[in-house]
Design a protein around this ligand. Structure first.
Ligand code: LLP
Length: 432
């Protein structure tokens, strides 16, 4: 079983999460239903936080990348755990502020922030704005000037490291819409442009090398590249860059074949490299940030569905259809992402049948998983899909006018709704 600290099987043979029977949760709150385990989220937050304390004298801060799952309650929990927050839109910022998240611990990302979003961030006192391009840098300066403020910014750099699951490469130039390239001199130009802006205060550099990465080495290499750049900035311009953000991307377990690194090991290895490199270059140790999203909430969440039609097509495959689909989890349709599924009311039985799990949208590609083994499924059974806490609710849509499911938080055997299920009335609320 994945995430054994959170998931279990009870005497009825039902899957449990955070001490709650999933079949009971499905009955009480309806399906589809996202269920998140609070203890697991807090454990992950603490693992990152304590790794900064243990390996880096606490001279840094993990930021939760809220794009993975944003709602008011998750912002409150992350705030209580004393992490910072990464937001990428006015909407994510609004959610965080509405939850009382302190603006000074918020970092605002995005490759095309609108003038309104920039003004909103500055007005709200957002601690760091991660500048992505020159147009934005100038808008930032002008908006800050008009408000009589100085904007603390970080510059997003493309470090030329392309990392993804199980492999990474170092390339001169990465084809990415995010940030300033190092190799072309663009990043140095941005630093100099920021220095010329009177209402901008350059505090740090940022990079993000990918997502669902199972290896520490690409992060170590990124740290090395970024510190060399900080050194070059110091020598060429005299500017001291005091903060370094190495982004997120730490891999989680979706199936048994995924082999994630324990989250505290990233800091253990990265901090050694940062120390030794700074010593060699004669640089002060920078304040460090990491931006985990998926690894904070991914394994903490599951989705429960009710199985409807089971369609056996002889010599082809068996379709098991559920009452949700690509509207609540678009990741298979988008990326062919692997998931582990099981029949929650038969969790102690063997996964003896190979099936394709389909959603209810009017679209052949609306699948949750193809050719996967689950327990023998009958209409009315509860299907659980594991590790859906990240990039599921946050990427959900209303395609086919399907209301978004509720999100329930479980903790020590108790459950509470943290996001209400949408109603049909919600769907037409903005229709004229
Ligand atoms: N920081 C930056 C600047 C990012 O762009 C991202 C993710 C993160 C942090 C958090 O990365 P994480 O730790 O969650 O891997 N929708 C895709 C994932 C897109 C990730 C985008 N950026 C998926 O469902 O797999």
């Amino acid at each position: 079983m994945l995430n054994e600290e959170s998931l279990n099987t009870n005497t009825l043979g039902h899957l449990t999460i955070g001490g709650c029977d999933t079949v009971e949760l499905a009955r009480e709150y309806g399906t589809p239903l996202y269920v998140m385990d609070e203890a697991c989220i807090r454990r992950n937050c603490r693992m990152y936080r304590s790794s900064f304390d243990r390996y880096y004298n606490g001279y840094g801060m993990p930021l939760y990348a809220s794009k993975a799952f944003s709602c008011k309650e998750i912002c409150r929990i992350v705030n209580e755990e004393k992490l910072g927050l990464d937001v990428v839109s006015g909407g994510e910022l609004y959610t965080a502020l509405s939850a009382g998240f302190p603006a000074e611990r918020i970092h605002f990302h995005g490759n095309n922030k609108t003038a309104d979003e920039i003004a909103f961030a500055l007005r709200s006192g957002v601690g760091h704005i991660v500048a992505d391009n020159l147009t934005e840098l100038h808008t930032l300066n002008e908006t800050a000037l008009a408000m009589g403020k100085t904007a603390d910014i970080t510059i997003r750099v493309k470090p030329g490291i392309h990392a993804h699951t199980h492999e990474f490469i170092r390339t001169g130039q990465i084809d990415s819409k995010f940030g300033f390239a190092l190799e072309t001199g663009e990043a140095m130009e941005a630093v100099k442009a920021a220095a010329r802006c009177e209402n901008i205060n350059l505090t740090g550099l940022h990079c993000h090398i990918g997502s669902q990465i199972f290896d520490i080495q690409p992060f170590v290499l990124a740290a090395e590249v970024m510190l060399s750049f900080i050194d070059r900035i110091k020598r060429e311009t005299g500017i001291m860059v005091r903060e370094l953000n190495l982004g997120g991307g730490f891999g989680i377990q979706y199936t048994d074949s995924d082999t994630p690194v324990a989250y505290d090991q990233y800091m253990e290895t990265i901090s050694e490299k940062v120390r030794s490199r700074c010593k060699a270059l004669g640089l002060d140790i920078p304040f460090l940030y990491l931006e985990p999203g998926r690894s904070i909430v991914g394994e903490a969440g599951i989705t429960l569905y009710t199985i409807g039609a089971v369609k056996k097509i002889p010599d082809v495959r068996t379709y098991v259809s559920v009452d949700g689909g690509m509207t609540d989890n678009p990741r298979y349709a988008l990326y062919r992402s692997d998931y582990t599924a099981l029949v929650a009311n038969k969790a102690s039985l063997a996964a003896a049948e190979e099936v394709t799990i389909a959603g209810k949208c009017c679209e052949s590609g609306d699948l949750i998983q193809e050719n996967t083994r689950i327990q023998s499924a009958q209409p009315g059974d509860t299907l659980a899909v594991l590790s859906t806490g990240a990039y599921n609710y946050s990427m959900a849509s209303n395609y086919n006018r399907i209301p978004r499911p509720a999100v329930v938080m479980v903790h020590n055997g108790m459950a509470r709704v943290i996001v209400k299920r949408e109603t049909y009335e919600d769907l037409i609320r903005n229709d004229i």
